[in-house]
Design a protein around this ligand. Structure first.
Ligand SMILES: NC(=O)c1ccc[n+]([C@@H]2O[C@H](COP(=O)([O-])OP(=O)(O)OC[C@H]3O[C@@H](n4cnc5c(N)ncnc54)[C@H](O)[C@@H]3O)[C@@H](O)[C@H]2O)c1
Length: 412
């Protein structure tokens, strides 16, 4: 199979997981990527990643601490996968696009809507592909919900509930996830959820919301569950306390263009844990929007609740893309320990297909920007003290909260 030559930029926690995604793809007959270079501004991170890559893929990629050097010294480099922290996505992505490379960037696409727009402009001006690695919608559970909604299984949807309050004041994965100008926990996690909502229920028209910083000091957890060497090393090196500048709690109403109303409650802080997801229609409801490693069910008027297995056995015309069918033969992922890596494999495969065959991307720059804008609409609404239209947020007309981030990063 024809392959693109790829460089990975940002060899931290998720960068390491992307290497496992490449290994999953390499073990299928669909492999269309050759990893040839790694880049990180921290030499120890890129060296550790090169050792992981060699173990996983059998070849040690060339290592760099500078993107431009990587682009010039790597023959036939076609694309880069940008997995840095979000505060530099726009810098790294625009530089890569201007160097003539195609790009996949991790979510959130960028640190502000203005930064997303810079990236969209750079992709257009260089005629290059820009993909945003939004993984949750690629899980079979999300694909199934989408199929159920499209085929009218619950009639006409009128309401959605997306509630995920997670109590505690421990550091959420990395210290930077508590800093406003690096992408706080609501941006970091919420962008997945905004994408799930938009994927299932279409574009958002208007948002009214509020945000709070409930935990101004974050503390290092006693241990972390992850077995990756990178995460373990970083946990050991982490300070015991981190001051937080980014809000950790949010509440909002999303009025969708379709007329559906979504009630949103997301937090990573405070004392109360609470959660549940539901899409309600005039003929039934679906439990769950679908996400990586999740499971959904459906209850129709006057019928018993149907599990994901029941639904898979009874729905007509539901199919995953060929690589997803190969990776997820049971179409159920909640017990699949490799689901994270397999979905990354799907993202990589799609990127290479789009480049090799000039195909459209599912989550391109515009889609990625809309997810970022949906989250900042909550912050901007809280700041403005009124409901905000997505058209105002997506065109940066309502921008007070984000302009502070742009200013601190010199983005203006
Ligand atoms: N899709 C998901 O499920 C998921 C999960 C985790 C993280 N992420 C996303 O992945 C991205 C990275 O998150 P992470 O947890 O791996 O962060 P991290 O801090 O663990 O890793 C970031 C890496 O980027 C490097 N870096 C920073 N600036 C750079 C630059 N200019 N050039 C090259 N390297 C640079 C850092 O040295 C570090 O090694 C974020 O956008 C995050 O939101 C996505």
């Amino acid at each position: 199979m024809e392959k693109i030559r790829l460089g990975l930029v940002g060899c931290g926690g998720m960068g390491t997981r992307h290497l496992y995604g490449l290994r999953e793809l390499a073990e299928t007959p669909f492999n269309n990527i050759e990893l040839c270079a790694l880049c990180d501004i921290r030499r120890e991170n890129v060296e550790l990643a090169a050792t992981e890559a060699e173990k996983l893929l059998g070849v040690r990629p060339a290592i760099f601490t500078d993107l431009e050097e990587m682009a010039h010294q790597t023959p036939d480099l076609t694309a880069v996968d940008v997995v840095t922290d979000p505060s530099v996505h726009h810098t790294v992505v625009c530089q890569a696009l201007d160097l003539g490379l195609h790009v996949m960037v991790e979510k959130p696409m960028a640190i502000t809507v203005g930064a997303c727009q810079q990236m969209i402009d750079a992709a257009t001006r260089n005629n290059r592909k820009l993909s945003v690695a939004e993984n949750y919608r690629r899980d079979p559970s999300a694909r199934l919900v989408n199929h159920l909604l499209k085929t009218g299984a619950i009639g006409t949807p009128y309401m959605g509930l997306f509630h995920s309050l997670s109590a505690g004041n421990s550091i959420f994965i990395t210290p930077w996830r508590h800093l406003k100008d690096k992408g706080g926990p609501i941006v970091d996690m919420g962008v997945h959820m905004a994408d799930q909502i938009r994927y299932q229920l279409g574009d958002i028209a208007e948002v009214y919301g509020d945000v709070w910083l409930v935990e101004p000091v974050r503390r290092k957890a006693d241990s972390i569950g992850d077995t990756y060497t990178f995460y373990q090393n970083r946990h050991k090196a982490m300070d015991n306390e981190v001051p937080a500048t980014a809000e950790d709690t949010s509440m909002a109403i999303f009025k969708m263009e379709s007329g559906v109303t979504v009630n949103w409650l997301i937090s990573r802080g405070g004392t109360g844990s609470y959660g549940g997801e539901m899409i309600l229609g005039d003929q039934g409801c679906i439990n769950g929007f679908g996400a990586r490693g999740s499971r959904v069910s459906m209850k129709r008027r006057d019928e018993d609740e149907m599990t994901q297995e029941d639904l898979l056995a009874s729905v007509d015309g539901f199919a995953l893309e060929p690589l997803a069918e190969h990776l997820f033969p049971s179409r159920i992922t909640d017990t699949d320990s490799k689901v994270d890596w397999k979905i990354i494999a799907l993202e990589y495969y799609e990127l290479a297909e789009a480049i090799l065959n000039d195909r459209e991307l599912e989550v391109d720059g515009l889609e990625g920007m809309k997810d970022v804008a949906a989250i900042y609409a909550i912050f901007e609404s809280a700041r403005a003290g009124r409901a905000v239209k997505m058209s105002e947020v997506e065109t940066c007309q309502v921008y007070e909260y984000q302009s502070e981030i742009d200013e601190s990063l010199g983005l203006l």
